[in-house]
Structures are given as C-alpha cells and as structure tokens.
Design a protein around this ligand. Structure first.
Ligand code: GLU
Ligand code: MG
Length: 438
C-alpha cells in the first residue's frame, strides 16, 4: 500500500484574517488550478471565534476558490511529518468573475487603481512581531544575543521555511516584549506583497508546531504589555520599473506622487483603521507611548507615527531612491494582509486623485497637545474601540465607495458578530480570546 496520498490545501485569507480553504490530492493540482474547489458564500461570515455572524447569504449560493500556482508552498520539516503543502487563491463566482468579498481580488482592484491614477506599481513588505507561549527562558531578553540564541533553532528553520515559501529572507530578532520576536522579509511586487504576509504567518505557525512550540501574532496579549505590530512598508515603481517614491527636492524627500498618496492615507486613516486593525483588542495597542500609532500623523523616522518615513543607509541618490519607503504602523495580524493593504492603497489613490498637498512631518509628542491644538494642526486621535472604528468606516461614503457595494455592509455585519461573542468579557478575557485565535 502506498504510504500516503499527499494533499494540497487551497486557501483564502478571509475577512477575519484567518486562512481557510479545502484540500485536494496533489495529483489533481493542474485541473484544480483551472476549475477551483467549491466554496460557500456564508463562509465569509465565520468570525475569528469560529461562529457564524448573521449571514445575508444563508444556505444559498456557490462560489469557487481558484488556487494561484505562483503562491504554492511546499514545506518539508526535518521531523518525518508529512510535507506541508498549501496554495493561496481567489474566490470567484461560477463564471470566473472575482467575488465582491474576495480579499485578494479586492487588493488586485486597489493595485489596478494605483496603476491608473498614479501610473505606478507597488513594491512592499510586511514586518511581523509575534510572541512564544510559555515561560520566559533565563537571562537578558530584549534584542539580546541570549534571547536570540534561545530561539536560533526556530529562527533557522523559519528562514528555510520562508525560502521554501518563495519569500526573500531578511531578519529574525528578539524584540523587546515578553517572548516577543520579529521576522521581516525582502520586498515583493503587487499582490505578492500580501501573499508573502499570509505565507509568512502560516509558515511561522507551522514552524512553531514542528518545534513543539506555539506562538501568537495577536495584537496585544496583556493590556499593560507590549503589542505585536504589523508594519507595512511601501514604495512605488514607475512604468519602467524605476523607483518613484523619492525626490531629493520634495518635502522630507517625498516625490509629488508619494506626498499625495501619504496625505490620502492620513486623511482617511480613522475610517480605514477598522480594516487594518480589526479586532476589539487592536485598540489597546493603538495608544500613545507604545511605539504603535495613536494619531493620523506622518513621522520622519518616528516610531510613534501612523506612517513613518523609514531611514536610508546611503548618500548615493540612486540608492536612496531605491531604499526610500513609507511604513504604515497602524496594522496588526487580525487583519487579512489583502484587506489591510487594499484599504491603504485606496486611501493613497484618493489622495493622488484629489491632488492632496504633502503632509508635514511631526516631531513632537502629539498626546501632549490639547484637542483644539490637535484639530488646528489637522490631526485626529484614531478611534479607540472597534465599535468606533466601524462607525467611521460605515459613515464614510468615500471609503465605502472604494469597494464593491456589498462589501461594507457584509464586513460590518461580520465584525458586529465577532463583537457579540466578547461583549461581556473584560479586557484581559478579550485579550485571551484573541490570543487563542491569532
Ligand atoms: N511593538 C510595537 C508595535 O506594537 C512596535 C515596536 C517597533 O517599533 O518595532 O507596533
Ligand atoms: Mg519591531
């Protein structure tokens, strides 16, 4: 008898930022690339707590989840366990039209808009922080060689897993928080930027499992502790593939295109944050003095800003142009990378379309300013709960208009369903609930 019949898992990263899908025999991969696997509309209402929020679709309808061969991941660990195989894909209707609630298709539409309004494509990467469960091992931890070395074996398996997953390895380090580590990968183009982020999260979880450990990317584990951020790095390439983000004479080095893009992101930040930091506990992280993001400001190398102009390591203009990038910091791993990036790209496109002027960079602690001074400078305190974030999202016609008509009501209904599960929990119970998921 043949020992096993390998299976491939075809996956979508859904509204809850969970990777869900179905497996089929590897031998059928070619035909499944064409015909997909069956998918059900109501699946989109399965919240992160695995309960179904009231669904507009009920038991009706059929969709296809069509794998994209370029995202296939084959992970062979050293422990005689079966090879982990998965592939990301798009959800379509039976005629092959992208489904209005397919997060990956929504990102593709946002990237098309960027090409149309800005004539540029995206080069970017997600940076992830996560924490191991269990006791803190002895010795110094934050950024230490000791803390790194205690997880070197994990880090090296992870690097090789990411490489097998088609990512370009960059860094692995002991972050500051309790049992907290950070992993970064090299930049990719277009939709692959978010594919990389989905693959990285799953490969990190699998690596932990194969090492007999468990990890969490949850936005925050303890209201008094450090958060796990997802920082999204972005730059632009023109039609010839040349960098288009930097201009030596632009304000803080921003090209006119990137200045308007960032201005759009800041203008709409309070209304898109429900898509980039979409859990109830995300808002415990997005508070001042946590090196996350609490206001809609642009910082020059400032880690308390929502959008940060990152440092460059050269004074050669060609190298600066290639390195210069922005980092969006008001995101976490409760968000599907596709949705978070789609929202940011649309906000930037709106800024380009409206020809918004360059935002000024802040170099002060905005939490010390009175609400009237803040307002006079054009800053808002970002929403402080998911409920508030959802209200701003739903209430902003421009923002809802960037997506297919069905998207906003379905997304909000999904999130309200999620909130109903935790409504009677206190902060630490909520943190524990999300930690159990992400
Ligand atoms: N842990 C911080 C966050 O929640 C980020 C720290 C850093 O700048 O890397 O985003
Ligand atoms: Mg970090």
């Amino acid at each position: 008898m043949k020992k096993t019949d390998p299976l491939v898992f075809a996956a979508t990263s859904d509204l809850a930022g969970i990777t869900r899908g179905k497996a089929f025999p590897l031998s059928k991969l070619d035909s499944r690339m064409k015909k997909g696997v069956g998918w059900t509309p109501t699946n989109v209402m399965i919240t992160c707590f695995d309960h179904i929020a009231p669904s507009p679709y009920g038991s009706l309808g059929d969709l296809l989840l069509v794998p994209d061969a370029t995202t296939a991941v084959d992970l062979e660990f050293d422990d005689n366990a079966p090879v982990e195989r998965f592939v990301l894909g798009d959800i379509t209707d039976l005629a092959g039209t992208p489904w209005d609630l397919c997060t990956r298709s929504l990102l593709k539409a946002a990237l098309d808009r960027l090409q149309q309004v800005g004539g540029v494509s995206l080069l970017g990467a997600f940076e992830h922080e996560f924490q191991f469960h269990g006791e803190v091992p002895p010795g110094p931890q934050g950024y230490s060689l000791n803390g790194f070395s205690q997880r070197r074996a994990f880090g090296e398996t992870l690097m090789s897993g990411l490489e097998q997953g088609g990512l370009e390895n960059d860094t692995f380090m002991k972050e500051y928080g309790t049992n907290q580590y950070e992993v970064t990968n090299g930049p990719s183009k277009g939709v692959r930027v978010a594919d990389d982020a989905v693959i990285l999260r799953e490969v990190t979880r699998m690596t932990a499992r194969h090492h007999g450990e468990s990890i969490t990317f949850t936005p925050i584990r303890d209201p008094a502790g450090v958060g796990n951020g997802v920082h999204i790095h972005m730059s632009f390439l023109d039609g010839d593939g040349a960098p288009a983000t930097w201009d030596a004479d632009g304000p803080s080095g921003m090209s006119a295109l990137s200045a308007s893009f960032v201005a759009g992101v800041l203008k709409y930040l309070d209304s898109i944050i429900a898509l980039t930091a979409p859990s109830a506990v995300s808002y415990l992280r997005l508070t001042p003095h946590r090196w996350s993001a609490a206001y809609n400001n642009l910082g020059f190398r400032d880690r308390e800003a929502s959008v940060r102009i990152c440092p460059v390591t050269s004074d050669d203009p060609e190298k600066i142009a290639r390195q210069y990038n922005f980092e969006y910091r008001a995101a976490d791993a409760a968000a599907s990378p596709y949705l978070a990036l789609a929202a940011i790209i649309h906000a930037g496109c709106q800024g380009i379309e409206d020809n918004l002027p360059a935002p000024t960079v802040t170099q002060e602690d905005l939490s010390l300013l009175s609400p009237s001074t803040l307002a006079a400078k054009g800053y808002v305190r970002l929403p402080q709960s998911l409920e508030e974030a959802l209200e701003r999202f739903e209430g902003n016609e421009t923002v809802c208009g960037w997506f297919p008509k069905e998207f906003a009501p379905v997304y909000v209904a999904h999130k309200k369903g999620e909130l109903s599960v935790i409504q009677d929990m206190d902060e630490s119970e909520r943190c524990a609930a999300y930690e159990g998921v992400y």
